[in-house]
Design a protein around this ligand. Structure first.
Ligand code: C2E
Ligand code: CA
Ligand code: CA
Length: 467
């Protein structure tokens, strides 16, 4: 009997082989995908945990395996938070390539010094963290070695480079070892080391503990005050020197908190350091412009309103947009608004500051430098010819009738201002005799307790309206 396949048999065989083929292909594909996925995952983990430049593990590895690492070291441990002093300068001076090699060599030294008992991690850029057994006595040999090892010159591509480091130490309590708070505290100790003048080792002490508690308290108060509108503004009259007539009003922020009244300088300084200043500045703009309208509708005869804005805003392009929109919304002429700010203390910020002033003036606002004479760049700023006004700091006005030096200083400042066609305000006029002196100098505006103290909106209206 011969076998001759019928058409249905041929068809079903073909289907069978096709199905088997597809299954095998799918299996291979699956294996391939799994393989690739594993590789990707491994790569991803490597990228996540290992720092390519230095070959060290990154601190995120420690964060995720904190208890394992502690178990491995099997002793009471401390965090040493290390930062190379002025690292940016090395970048600027030698370029990234050499600076990177410096970091790598430095990391190698740290490793050599710390292992096998300790572990080294890179936090970011020039910041490193070492977990090391806590020193047994006051003499922190390991900490001192850290400072020393940085100082041995580095030979990199023909350059001899010397660096110093600052180190903050925190001894982790063995009964509750927590990663984040330990890192935070070692960083506070690092800041302390920096403020001691760098090239220093500092430990987290009770004093730092108290300070950080106070900082946290202030942080909470500011946040809370913003949320619950516990800030308010006072306004201090600015008068013409010749007639003592109201010309302007300066808005000054106040905070009312159940326990104590915080002075603005504390709040402002703190808010600047912890990135809350923009919220405050925006609050001041909004409320000041509202007050502007109230004063106008009550016929308070003032010509301009001065606002204090943090110099931090020079790096924040959206701030001027916000100010412009708010001013337009209230239908206020920007020329009636004077933005007062103190000069930047960072010489590298000068460019940004100049652009900030120019943008403000392009929108029609007036700009005054506050606390004139106390900043770094006062004279350079004048020569750029981009200001409207300077506000001479009250330290120069205080008791000017009795202080010849202050009179000479004021005289020079006024001459400078005349040369650059700037208006001058003096602040801090407290006594009649000081006013008499100020009058002799041909100054346009004055402000101080001798004329008026800062007042609430209602008081200003009661005092000046309809007169
Ligand atoms: P400033 O801008 O130089 O403000 C003038 C300060 O001198 C005010 O202190 C004012 O109350 C005070 N003052 C006025 N007349 C006299 C006087 O005759 N004698 C004396 N000794 N002082 C007088 P205040 O309100 O405590 O403000 C201190 C600083 O806080 C301000 O100095 C300013 O730098 C900052 N500040 C105040 N309000 C704000 C704000 O809304 N935003 C920002 N960014 N900073 C503000
Ligand atoms: Ca001011
Ligand atoms: Ca001042």
């Amino acid at each position: 009997m011969t076998f001759s396949p019928t058409l249905p048999t041929i068809l079903s065989n073909t289907v069978l082989w096709t199905v088997i083929g597809v299954l095998i292909a799918a299996l291979l594909l699956h294996v391939g995908i799994m393989f690739l996925r594993n590789r990707t995952l491994q790569n991803y983990r490597r990228l996540l945990y290992e720092d390519e430049l230095t070959g060290l593990k990154r601190s995120i590895f420690l964060e995720q395996r904190f208890s394992d690492v502690l178990a491995e070291i099997d002793a009471d441990v401390s965090f040493y938070y290390i930062d190379i002093d002025n690292f940016k300068n090395y970048n600027d001076l030698f370029g990234h390539h050499i600076a990177n090699r410096l970091l790598k060599t430095f990391a190698d030294r740290l490793k050599e010094l710390s292992e096998p008992f300790g572990r080294v991690y890179r936090i970011h850029s020039d910041r490193f963290l070492i977990v090391h057994p806590t020193p047994e006595n006051d003499e922190d040999r390991f900490g001192k070695e850290l400072l020393k090892t940085a100082k041995a010159p580095f030979e990199i591509e023909g350059h001899e480079i010397k660096v110093t480091v600052s180190v903050g130490r925190y001894d982790i309590p063995p009964e509750k070892p927590r990663y984040h708070s330990s890192l935070f505290r070692s960083e506070l100790a690092l800041q302390e080391a920096k403020s001691l003048g760098k090239d220093q080792l500092a430990s987290y002490t009770n004093r730092l503990k108290r300070q950080s508690k106070e900082s946290f308290e202030l942080f909470r108060i500011i946040k809370d005050a913003l949320k619950k509108e516990r800030f308010y503004l006072e306004f201090q009259p600015i008068v013409s020197v010749t007639e003592k007539k109201l010309k302007g009003l300066e808005s000054l922020i106040r905070i009312h908190d159940k326990h104590r009244l915080h002075f603005p300088l504390d709040i402002i300084g703190y808010a600047e350091r912890y990135n809350m200043i923009e919220e405050i500045d925006r609050y001041v703009v909004k409320r000041s412009l509202e007050a502007f309208k109230k004063f106008k509708s009550a016929d308070v005869p003032f010509e301009f309103l001065s606002l204090n804005i943090s110099v931090k805003e020079i790096h924040n392009p959206s701030f001027i947009d916000f100010l412009t929109e708010e001013t337009a919304k209230h239908d206020i002429d920007p020329a009636a608004i004077v933005i007062e700010f103190t000069e930047t203390t960072d010489p590298r910020g000068m460019e940004a500051e100049a652009r900030f002033i120019e943008r403000l003036r392009a929108q029609g606002f007036k700009v005054a430098i506050d606390d004139f004479g106390t900043g770094y760049s006062s004279l350079v700023r004048l020569s750029q010819n981009i200001l409207d006004r300077i506000k001479v700091d009250k330290v120069f006005i205080h008791d000017i009738a009795r202080k010849k030096r202050n009179r000479s200083l004021l005289e020079s400042i006024v001459k400078l201002a005349e040369n650059f066609q700037l208006e001058v305000i003096v602040e801090g006029v407290e006594k009649e005799r000081d006013y008499e002196v100020v009058k002799r100098f041909g100054i346009q505006y004055a402000q101080g307790y001798y004329f008026h103290k800062p007042m609430r909106i209602g008081e200003i209206i009661n005092m000046f309206a309809n007169k």
